[in-house]
Design a protein around this ligand. Structure first.
Ligand SMILES: [Zn+2]
Length: 433
């Protein structure tokens, strides 16, 4: 008598991204109630389970969905509007546009298109720092996609949501209080934009709020030398040094970028268990520099990958970030820096750990949420396949993703989106602005 399951993905090689780096040849993954209940040989799982729905992954590679550990999804609205400028030039332009353009409806349109783009690219979850996060979360829920969002703090004069800074703490508290009993594979998040848009006192208060609710605290930090000089001139400390001194860093904190770091700052991240979202494409395009990822990894810091928003990196393609992460650190002369397997882990399990969700996401193992993708290996650029990690890090493109599954639900089958009307999403995006 076989046990019923909701979904069986079978016949493909399964890259589990477990600690041992196991690949199950002709493997299968069984899913019930959005959770992986088994991953193993197809023959065994077929004998044990009767599936309501199946994906035949013969000739394909099945792997965990990619985790975008730092983005601003609704910035798809502004894609192509602030290119080839410095970070500070970018911020000046974008903050002005956002103050004029943003509303819950516009954010929803931007996020809908961003989710379509992400599902197509095999990205199954994202940490999304942006205004009007309630609208973003509604869109993601409708699409069945894993978007982690929450209240954002940024003390700017023209806040797009029109909320005065003084009201934000109570608003955020209400938001977080309403999240008790969060769905599996989600967690509350509090976003503090940065040490240059928030004062030390504000940062202390926001970190205390996040800790009160067991939330992840996510900030931008040390993105380039100008930011570091600005913070240092104001407070006499570099950004990461300041965050450490204020008691903000910790195992529940994720910093985006972390490009301009000193040795003691790297040690502080390791000592406090603070994680980093590495955004190589955005850093290169804005001329910010190259984050010291090999040194962070050597120090034991958890490093995930982010695309950043679609204005600074222009796509939400984590395959692209993975490839850049695997290449850019080698430029200093060491071809072993960020090896292929490390880059793939950063895009999957390490990204999940950076979000504090490593026990629920990032690998294909029993007990984890069923976020996975099926990659078509039938294309010339993916043959022959001597090393599956190298295939993924150096040769695969996001367009090779055939099927995308989030929480056991198929969001893309044979390159067709099943929960989003892509034509409508793009028309809505084009209609804004
Ligand atoms: Zn960012």
């Amino acid at each position: 008598m076989s046990e019923p399951v909701d979904l069986l993905v079978h016949g493909g090689d399964v890259l589990t991204v477990d600690d041992a780096g196991s690949v199950v040849r002709e493997g299968a993954v069984a899913v019930r109630d959005g959770e992986i209940i088994a991953a193993g040989p197809t023959g065994e799982l077929r004998a044990r389970y009767a599936a309501e729905e199946e994906i035949d992954a013969g000739g394909c590679l099945v792997l965990p969905g990619l985790v975008n550990a730092h983005t601003h999804l609704a910035m798809t609205l502004l894609r192509g509007s602030a290119d080839d400028v410095t970070l500070q030039g970018f911020l000046e332009r974008v903050l002005r546009q956002e103050a004029e353009l943003l509303s819950p409806e516009h954010v929803a349109a931007g996020v809908r298109a961003a989710v379509a783009e992400s599902v197509r690219a095999g990205v199954t979850s994202a940490l999304d720092m942006y205004w009007f996060h309630e609208a973003a979360e509604r869109v993601a829920l409708e699409a069945g996609w894993r978007l982690l969002a929450g209240p954002t703090f940024m003390d700017v004069p023209d806040s797009p949501d029109g909320r005065a800074y003084g009201e934000r703490m109570e608003w955020a508290r209400r938001d977080l209080a309403a999240r008790s009993g969060e769905r599996p594979g989600f967690r509350p998040v509090v976003f503090a934009h940065s040490a240059y848009t928030l004062s030390p006192d504000q940062l202390i208060g926001i970190a205390a709020l996040a800790r009160e609710f067991g939330a992840l605290l996510h900030l931008h930090a040390a993105e380039n030398a100008t930011e570091v000089a600005t913070v240092e001139a104001r407070y006499g400390r570099r950004p990461v040094e300041l965050l450490d001194q204020l008691g903000v860093l910790g195992p529940d904190v994720l910093l985006a970028h972390a490009v301009d770091l000193t040795g003691p700052e790297i040690a502080a991240l390791a000592r406090t268990g603070t994680a980093v979202a590495h955004c190589p494409v955005s850093n290169l395009k804005l001329g910010c520099g190259i984050a010291p990822v090999p040194r962070l990894l050597d120090a034991g810091v958890t490093v995930g990958l982010g695309t950043d928003g679609a204005v600074s990196s222009n796509t939400l393609d984590v395959f692209d970030a993975m490839r850049q992460a695997a290449l850019v650190h080698k430029a200093a002369g060491d071809p072993t820096a960020v090896a292929a397997e490390q880059a793939v882990r950063m895009a999957t399990i390490e990204g999940a750990r950076a979000l504090g969700l490593g026990d629920r996401l990032g690998s294909l193992e029993a007990g984890k949420r069923a976020d996975m993708i099926v990659l078509d290996l039938g294309r010339p650029h993916l043959r022959p396949r001597h090393d599956v990690w190298a295939t993924l890090a150096y040769a695969a493109h996001s367009a090779d993703v055939r099927d995308t599954v989030v929480d056991g639900r198929i969001l893309m089958r044979d390159r067709v989106l099943t929960t989003l009307d892509e034509a409508v999403a793009l028309a809505e995006l084009e209609a804004v602005g």
